[in-house]
Design a protein around this ligand. Structure first.
Ligand SMILES: [Zn+2]
Length: 122
């Protein structure tokens, strides 16, 4: 299997599915950490919008986003798969929610011993 992003051969069993594409682990972490919508201007404007609305931390998030944030905060580090299971939703949905949380600089993606986790961004 070839990674849809970097075109490298992916070792068997390490293919990661991301928004309908097959990614190697590195590209998967990167895709999780840097959502398409997450360019500097977008983050800046998201922050400005929240600031203008007087929103800090998890204010202005949807209830699900807040719950995800609180859960990750409590656990310290959670895999997207575990979150999908915990919140009884799909991995794609978690990735979508994560994009917003990453956008608001609340959560980030990290990789430890080959496993992708979401954690609180300090
Ligand atoms: Zn790749």
């Amino acid at each position: 299997m070839i990674c849809n992003n970097c075109r490298q051969e992916i070792p068997k069993g390490e293919e990661m599915n991301f928004r309908g594409k097959v990614f190697c682990e590195d590209c998967y972490v990167e895709a999780l950490s840097i959502p398409k919508t997450c360019d500097v201007a977008a983050v800046y404007s998201a922050r400005k919008t929240r600031e203008a609305a007087g929103q800090k931390g998890t204010e202005g998030l949807t209830p699900l986003q807040k719950e995800i944030y609180e859960y990750v905060k409590e656990k310290g580090r959670v895999t997207p798969e575990a979150l999908a299971e915990k919140f009884d939703t799909t991995l794609a949905e978690i990735q979508r929610q994560f994009a917003t949380l990453r956008h608001c600089e609340l959560l980030k993606g990290t990789k430890i011993d080959g496993v992708v986790y979401l954690e609180i961004m300090n």
